[in-house]
Design a binder for this molecule. Structure first.
Ligand code: 13P
Length: 251
């Protein structure tokens, strides 16, 4: 049984006080939710203060990126152990904004994923095609490339700790979400890739989130799909009301 997981990716939003306020509101509103795994991903500067707020609650925390080296002269970068010591359990890697704006590649995503697993953190690995690629009928080949290369060389046990987020780039921040059928089609395809890479049992166990213009009014039909196990939410995670409504609409 795959437990539904809703994660809020705050991206480059919320200063320290705004982060604390949002985390407090979410904690208070969702304290009695046990059937959905809830994760918030604040910016680096807010992590340890948000951890103070959500400590001992049902809300978990993730970071939005990481660097794979353990420590050293890598100005501006953040290591896995730093994230862990700040209270993170999860970390997003390979987000399309990082792939498109900051030169992230499947190879760097793979290094980050392995480094997180070594440190006991759970990677949320993002994959997904651009509009042009979808129009040219390349959705499956792009997703295959992202999945196989970003997740190459993982043991079966490591793979079981991964969350995959299917985020079609054309649906991110556009208000134009994938339909439930479009999402299901790709999620099912990702599961078939996992089956080919490992086995059927593993493919059935890994959780696959959908991301891209998820809102309170479309989450229900998205997670009603057999292979959609939750959502990675951007814009709608920045307002407590909409994020909490998304979580509650999964019940
Ligand atoms: P939006 O929900 O704003 O479309 O963003 C999705 C996303 O990129 C989550 O990582």
């Amino acid at each position: 049984m795959r437990r539904v997981i809703i994660a809020g990716n705050w991206k480059m939003n919320k200063n320290l006080q705004e982060s604390i306020d949002l985390a407090n509101f979410i904690k208070r509103s969702l304290f009695d939710i046990a059937d959905v795994e809830i994760v918030i991903c604040p910016p680096f500067t807010s992590l340890s203060d948000v951890e103070e707020v959500i400590m001992d609650s049902n809300i978990k925390m993730g970071a939005q990126d990481v660097y794979w080296e353990k420590e050293g002269a890598f100005t501006g970068e953040i290591s896995c152990s730093m994230l862990k010591s700040a209270g993170c359990e999860y970390c997003i890697v390979g987000h399309s904004e990082r792939r498109l704006l900051f030169g992230e590649t499947n190879e760097t995503v793979n290094k980050k994923t392995k480094a997180l697993l070594r440190e006991g953190l759970k990677p949320i690995v993002c994959v997904g095609e651009k509009l042009e690629e979808r129009k040219n009928g390349r959705t499956f080949s792009v997703v295959k490339d992202h999945v196989e290369k970003s997740l190459s060389g993982l043991t079966r046990d490591q793979m079981l700790k991964i969350i995959i987020a299917y985020e079609p780039v054309w649906a991110i921040g556009t208000g134009l979400n994938a339909t439930k059928d479009e999402a299901q089609e790709v999620h099912k395809y990702i599961r078939s890739l996992l089956k080919a890479m490992y086995d059927e049992e593993l493919a059935k166990s890994v959780r696959i989130q959908y991301g891209g213009s998820v809102k309170p009014d479309n989450i229900k039909e998205l997670i009603s799909q057999e292979d959609v196990d939750g959502a990675l939410v951007g814009g709608a995670s920045l307002k407590a009301d909409s994020f909490c409504a998304i979580v509650k609409n999964c019940l």
